[in-house]
Design a protein around this ligand. Structure first.
Ligand code: SAJ
Length: 442
């Protein structure tokens, strides 16, 4: 059983299930803090790389950082890890199904591999970190405890500590971010709070139950979705009355408690556009209203189509119909500086433009052509290869912002530029010869 004394004396073996972009830095962090760590993953490639002391992924932060000492153990086999653990931390993906219901397969399979292998006498605590909706830990793992005849509080304890990893933001990694931890046993919760305090320099905030911790994580992301939806809706309003939404938001942001968000082509990633559906599902099942959360989600989900309409309207004002209009999207990744296409708004934007009859080209040096999945777009190695009529900034990668706008303009017959993230200076574009447009721009 985990206790504050055992945390203090580093007398704990910690298992990490899932060695991805959250699990690996978590395992390394606890190893650095002096604990015995056993890493577990289902990928032979990941396990073999780590066994060779090599970085298994493309994040350079892990180059040369994989330990080889006796406190660092890696295995594919749960029976070589779980029986020796006092703490098992689960950092597996929780994507969504096509109908936006959470896909909890990985949470369940991790639970099976853990609960069939734990040593009851050790009374280990099993901590879920993956983003879920309130109740999932108990809904998915509770039946497994029964199946393996494990009594919570005697043979095992459960806890939830939401991951808050921000892809592409080294300032907010697992070693820095504040954490929330919830468990039904207050002593276990206090010891876990001490344990996570050896991992992160941020505050660790204990709460009274697993469900409160699950809800806190979802609420963080629901709030972000709502705030982005507000500025996206304002971006549809103000151009209709001849006002630039960005000028309005910058002015409003001079107020001390105004939270500044930026309108764009849409909301991507595996968190913000996903987590609200978790809470919507849970609230609907409980018979509670979800009007605001649902409306915000649909505003953001519809933003790519709204932007496509405005791009084509701008082209029409220049005498061009959508047919055979050559449109270049700068960026496919859902956010700058990373290669991640999950829920990217570039995809529905491209689909809407293609459905209208245009030809859509994509340039994104962060991702590989095969990551476009089956999107019917044309992949280009350079923006100037296209001679596009319309150029749309979708992802504000630094390499996109550094494009020579004059050189690119010389390749465009129509010369229409649409800033989908409001990150380029419109005067610079006009000085380079572009006809300028953008989300929220009149
Ligand atoms: N976006 C806007 N306007 C904004 C901010 C974001 O359109 O003002 C768009 C982005 O372009 C992107 C999407 O929303 O397509 C999501 O952006 P994000 O900055 O929230 O990026 P994520 O998805 O990496 O969110 C991560 C998440 N971290 C974890 O899950 C651990 C999320 O929970 C955090 O709330 C978020 O970082 C954060 O706070 O930065």
């Amino acid at each position: 059983m985990i206790t504050r004394n055992r945390v203090e004396s580093r007398d704990l073996t910690i298992g990490i299930v899932g060695l991805g972009y959250v699990g690996l830095p978590t395992a390394l962090g606890f190893h650095d803090a002096g604990f015995n760590v056993i890493g577990l993953d289902i990928s032979e490639r990941v396990i073999n790389s780590l066994k060779r002391g090599e970085n298994p992924g493309d994040d350079p932060a892990f180059d040369g950082a994989i330990p080889t000492d006796e406190k660092w153990n890696i295995t594919l086999n749960p029976s070589e890890a779980v029986p020796f653990c006092d703490v098992v931390i689960v950092t597996v993906p929780t994507p969504v199904l096509d109908d936006h219901r959470p896909d909890l397969r990985f949470v369940k399979s991790a639970g099976v591999s853990i609960f069939e292998n734990i040593t009851r006498e050790k009374r280990p605590v099993v901590v879920l970190e993956s983003t879920v909706y309130p109740g999932v830990t108990r809904e998915i793992w509770g039946p497994l405890l029964e199946k393996y005849e494990l009594e919570e509080g005697r043979d095992v304890d459960l806890a939830y500590c939401p991951e808050r990893f921000v892809p592409g933001d080294p300032e907010h990694g697992v070693r820095q971010v504040p954490r929330v931890v919830g468990a039904n046993d207050s002593g276990v919760c206090a010891a876990l709070a001490d344990l996570y305090s050896t991992l992160t320099t941020g505050e660790v905030h204990p709460v009274s139950s697993i469900e409160v911790a699950e809800a806190a994580k979802v609420v963080e992301n629901v709030q972000r979705d709502l705030n982005i939806a507000l500025v996206n809706e304002l971006a549809l309003i103000f151009p209709e009355i001849g006002i630039d939404v960005e000028e309005v938001l910058s002015a409003a942001a001079t107020k001390w408690n105004f939270h500044r968000y930026t309108p764009g082509i849409g909301v991507g990633g595996h968190c913000i556009p996903v987590d609200p559906y978790y809470l919507i599902q849970k609230a609907t099942a409980a018979g509670a209203p979800v009007d605001l959360i649902s409306s915000a989600r649909s505003v953001n989900a519809n933003m790519p189509k709204q932007v496509a309409t405005r791009i084509l309207n701008n082209a029409a004002k220049l005498g061009r119909t959508p047919n055979n209009l050559k449109i270049l999207l700068l960026g496919w990744s859902y956010k700058p500086g990373i290669a991640d296409v999950r829920e990217t708004p570039s995809e529905p934007l491209a689909s809407a433009l293609i459905e209208a009859g245009s030809k859509v080209y994509v340039w994104d040096p962060f991702i590989q052509k095969d990551e476009l999945q089956d999107a019917p777009v044309i992949w280009v190695e350079s923006p100037i290869d296209v001679s596009a009529d319309v150029v749309v900034l979708c992802t504000a990668h630094q390499v996109v912002l550094e494009i020579d706008w004059k050189e690119l303009r010389d390749t465009s017959e129509l010369g229409l530029f649409y800033d989908g993230r409001r990150v380029v200076n419109m005067n610079d574009l006009r000085n380079a010869g572009w006809i300028t447009a953008g989300v929220g721009y009149p």
